[in-house]
Design a protein around this ligand. Structure first.
Ligand code: MF3
Ligand code: CO
Ligand code: CO
Length: 257
């Protein structure tokens, strides 16, 4: 199945849910400090979304997910479950992934945050992963393909001697959290679905410092880690294809997109 084309009305709603998602990330970032638990970060986001924003945190109860955001630390690739006992420590890198539903439409975005003093090699992984996302956003326009997106992400990762996670990908988004198509973060130029105005999807590269292989924690059913135990980073935005490029619905104020 391909991607649905959203109406102007639906795009307006995606713009709103995207802005709310960005505002949650901007709100929570300064709370990410040495000694805070990921459970506290989850509670602050939950209260902000349901209180101030009068919106719904999409992860809560999604296929049984127990919390309102995902917090993925160091070798956790994605879907880390916030914990009331897990304190952030100096040198950690953490991905905060927020998905907000407002007026039935979803916004989905994630950022990397550095806890205290982070090693230069970890900072570099974070930077290069964000560049992967930005390079992909730059080429999104009608006529480009999903393969073009995957290709440019993998090119940039490999040039920096990193690997690209294959088991998890970006996705169409709208009334549903995860819609067609799958947006792979690797691929061949010119391959795959051709982009058209009105398509809305996420790009969310997961880039590993070591090997690309992952492992799913069988006990909690969610937490995905790198098999080799080395670091993983991820950044995510929700966007809509426009007549001549894309609009990043989850853009934060400090981003020049
Ligand atoms: N936000 C994730 C994504 O980018 C999905 C999280 S699913 C959850 O697609 F259940 F873990 F919340
Ligand atoms: Co997503
Ligand atoms: Co997400």
């Amino acid at each position: 199945m391909g991607a649905s084309i959203k109406t102007a009305d639906e795009i307006d709603k995606m713009r709103i849910s995207g802005r709310l998602t960005a505002e949650v990330l901007e709100m929570i970032e300064p709370h990410v400090r040495v000694g805070v638990t990921t459970g506290e970060l989850d509670r602050i986001c939950h209260d902000f979304i349901t209180g101030q924003q009068q919106a719904i945190p999409a992860p809560l109860d999604y296929n049984g997910f127990p919390r309102s955001i995902c917090t993925s630390i160091n070798d956790v690739v994605c879907h880390g479950i916030p914990s009331n006992t897990k304190k952030l420590k100096n040198g950690d890198i953490v991905n905060i992934d927020v998905t907000v539903i407002k007026d039935e439409y979803h916004g989905d975005s994630s950022i990397m945050v550095q806890v205290g003093n982070v090693a230069p090699h970890a900072q570099r992984l974070i930077e290069v992963t964000q560049e992967c996302l930005y390079k992909a956003l730059e080429i999104v326009k009608p006529g480009a393909t999903l393969g073009d997106i995957g290709y440019i992400i993998a090119q940039h990762a490999h040039k920096n001697y990193y690997s690209v996670v294959r088991e998890y990908c970006g996705h169409g988004i709208g009334k549903a959290f995860h819609e067609d198509p799958q947006v792979l973060h690797y691929g061949s130029q010119g391959a795959g679905m051709v982009l058209e105005p009105g398509m809305t999807f996420t790009i969310e590269p997961m880039i590993n410092a070591g090997r690309r292989q992952t492992r799913l924690n069988q006990k909690d059913g969610w937490t995905v880690t790198t098999r080799d135990g080395r670091l993983s980073a991820q950044w995510e935005h929700t966007l809509g294809v426009t007549d001549n490029g894309c609009e990043v619905f989850t853009r934060r104020s400090n981003e020049s997109l």
